[in-house]
Design a protein around this ligand. Structure first.
Ligand SMILES: *[C@@H]1O[C@H](CO)[C@@H](O)[C@H](O)[C@H]1NC(C)=O
Ligand SMILES: *[C@@H]1O[C@H](CO)[C@@H](O)[C@H](O)[C@H]1NC(C)=O
Length: 337
């Protein structure tokens, strides 16, 4: 656990001080040897665990603004209903977060031709009619990806998808720096198997302290690319909203796709889809594990999908985790469109 944290902190130092215009070249030049070297350095460090984050009573806003929920609108999927499960880091007035991360399980599910199902991390900020947000994670979406396989996705908007923003590289915005890991990257097998092996991938959205750009980092140490701060009128000083969760979009017939592994979670980890080791970056650019009081839940009212957020530390392997998922199907009309 300490090791993972130090890895994170080192990545932070490693990725972020590069502000001299040669960032992209530098990124490309990271070799496997250097990665191994870095890992060795990391292992020789022995930093104390990060301090625990304290919430002030009364600073907590409990209501969840439906307009701030990340709809992930794609032109082709614009009028499809969405269903969400979310774990939300509570907003605090005049307080900004600088990152979000977690390990999300990866599953081999099949979604319909015009359905979409994704597992995401988000950061957002801004007034309801102009919310800026960034999302990244795994998505199964034939309309967006051309197949139903689990692929990396990114999404951004500077105005609740009114005029700016898009998925992946569909518009200018996201600056890719890694040659292989890019939006639509196909995560190869192995995938998690129900009742069998558990496989997950770590995603991080981290704000560079110096440039204020937002970086997508994979597996703790691989920078994929960044979202320049200029895209976001309201995210340059940090995010007010930080979330982990999943999004299901119905097909035109109103049928909802499976979410996660396609089963409602049941506290048997290898039978559930999960996020584990979730973390956020606080106002001082320090990584933090949420405390039990830091988060709230949103579970789609349709009852088609379930969220179990034990707000528990679940040992070192799982740390702060939650379980989610469901089969989809005929989910009724209780969803936002
Ligand atoms: C994924 O699921 C499809 C359809 O069920 C199956 O044909 C394929 O073998 C699976 N792939 C893996 C790697 O599990
Ligand atoms: C959903 O709404 C449509 C139109 O408003 C209605 O025809 C349909 O019966 C509703 N379905 C369910 C499951 O409530």
């Amino acid at each position: 656990m300490v090791l993972k944290w130090v890895t994170f902190l080192v990545v932070f130092l490693y990725v972020f001080p590069i502000n001299n215009g040669s960032r992209e070249l530098y990124m490309y030049s990271i070799t496997r040897e250097e990665e191994l070297e870095l890992e060795k350095e990391v292992q020789s460090l022995n930093k104390p665990p990060v301090k625990t984050f304290q919430l002030e009573e009364g600073d907590i806003i409990d209501c969840i603004d439906i307009n701030k929920q990340p709809a992930l609108d794609h032109p082709l999927l614009k009028n499809h209903k969405i269903q969400l499960v979310l774990v939300i880091l509570k907003e605090r007035p005049d307080y900004k977060y600088h990152g979000v991360m977690g390990k999300m399980s990866i599953h081999n599910i099949t979604v319909g031709e015009d359905q979409s199902s994704s597992t995401n991390i988000w950061v957002g900020n801004g007034p309801p009619d102009q919310v800026n947000y960034i999302a990244a994670g795994l998505m199964m979406s034939p309309m967006i990806n051309g197949d139903s396989l689990p692929r990396m996705f990114t999404y951004w908007t500077g105005d609740v998808a009114q005029r700016t923003g898009c998925f992946n590289m569909d518009c200018k915005g996201f600056v890719q720096v890694h040659k292989i890991f890019a939006p639509k990257y196909l995560f190869p097998p192995p995938y998690a198997v129900y009742g069998g092996q558990m496989i997950d991938h770590n995603f991080q959205l981290l704000q560079d302290k110096e440039t204020k750009n937002w970086w997508l980092v994979l597996e703790l140490k691989t920078p994929v690319g960044y979202f320049p701060k200029e895209l976001f009128p309201y995210l340059s000083e940090g995010a007010g909203v930080v979330e982990w969760g999943a999004v299901a979009k119905t097909g035109k017939n109103g049928i909802s796709p499976p979410m996660g592994n396609g089963y409602k979670p049941n506290r048997v980890f290898d039978q559930s889809s999960y996020f584990r080791r979730i973390r956020f970056v606080d106002g001082n650019f320090d990584g933090q594990r949420p405390s039990k009081h830091d988060t709230e839940n949103y579970e789609d009212p349709s009852g088609c999908y379930k969220l179990i957020n034990d707000k528990d530390y679940g040992g070192q392997l799982f740390s702060y985790y939650f379980l989610y998922g469901g089969p989809g199907g005929q989910c009724g009309n209780n969803s936002v469109s």
